[in-house]
Design a protein around this ligand. Structure first.
Ligand code: BT5
Length: 247
């Protein structure tokens, strides 16, 4: 696979056949002061999701973590996550899978209500002051050339939906798209909206302030989900876990 990942991407590539978590290795590079590095692995033995959840990362996937040092405030970091979701969804669509985005950052094969299947996820980690980000690590996991049987229930892969892809080409396109959107953050939310599978769904969002149930009606300029609750109130949620409910 090392040869497969030789790229012309606008990033330095650090490739591993196997690593615990590409995000952990990317954090080391970030802490060392590096930037515009992508840590890539064929397989992760300790892949991580959000909130300490495990991420299955068998050989054949695209497990990538991008180290960046943008001059932004921490409040803008969610836009980088949305940019990665947009880049991932566009690359997956080019690979022939009719993917959508589930707020905030899951790339899914849409289905009725909660019958969607997850193809990719994003884990952004950062360090910095209250007014300035020092570094961001954007971890992108795509179930590419892997069997659905090697993934948790509710997950699918590009292999299962459309057949194997050329991972070198896929990563090249993914990074080109991410590079384009991170340098044009204003373009992110409009494209995110076009790809959104969450808008129009009945959702339940588990957020720090408690659960919100209602219809997802929009995403704000900073990437917050706007939910219209059953009593007609609008709540905007900046972070949390979102479930699509059966209509
Ligand atoms: C995510 O977390 O969706 C973020 C996943 C980020 C993975 C990338 S791979 C490269 C980089 N290095 C890392 O160590 N991580 C990043 P979350 O929204 O918390 O979803 C996690 C949940 O998705 C788990 O609890 C499982 O239910 C499910 N899951 C686990 N592995 C999966 C997979 N390969 N495909 C689809 N769903 C999976």
């Amino acid at each position: 696979p090392a040869v497969e990942f030789r790229l012309e991407a606008p990033f330095e590539i650090e490739y591993h056949d196997a690593v615990g978590s590409t995000n952990d290795r990317a954090r080391e590079r970030a802490t060392a002061g590096d930037e515009d590095v992508v840590v890539l692995a064929d397989e992760q033995t300790g892949g991580r999701g959000r909130l300490e959840r495990a991420w299955a990362a068998p050989s054949g996937g695209v497990w990538a973590s991008v180290v960046t040092r943008p001059s932004i405030a921490p409040a803008q970091a969610p836009l980088y996550t949305l940019a990665a979701a947009v880049a991932t969804a566009r690359a997956v669509r080019e690979a022939g899978v009719d993917a959508g985005i589930k707020w905030p950052n899951d790339v899914i094969l849409p289905g009725v209500g909660n019958e969607y299947r997850k193809l990719a996820g994003i884990l952004t980690e950062m360090e910095g002051e209250t007014d300035r980000v020092s570094w961001l690590v954007v971890g992108i996991g795509v179930n590419a050339n892997v069997d659905a049987a090697d993934l948790p229930e509710g997950a699918t892969s590009i292999r299962a939906e459309a057949g194997d892809i050329d991972r070198r080409r896929f990563v090249q396109r993914l990074l080109e798209e991410f590079d384009r959107y991170r340098t044009d953050l204003e373009a992110v939310v409009p494209v995110w909206r076009e790809l959104a599978a969450t808008i129009g769904q009945r959702v339940s969002v588990d957020r720090p302030g408690g659960e919100v149930v209602g219809e997802a009606v929009d995403v704000t300029e900073s990437g917050a989900l706007v939910v219209e609750t059953d009593d007609g109130e609008r709540a905007s949620v900046t972070a949390g876990d979102c479930e699509h409910l059966r209509p």
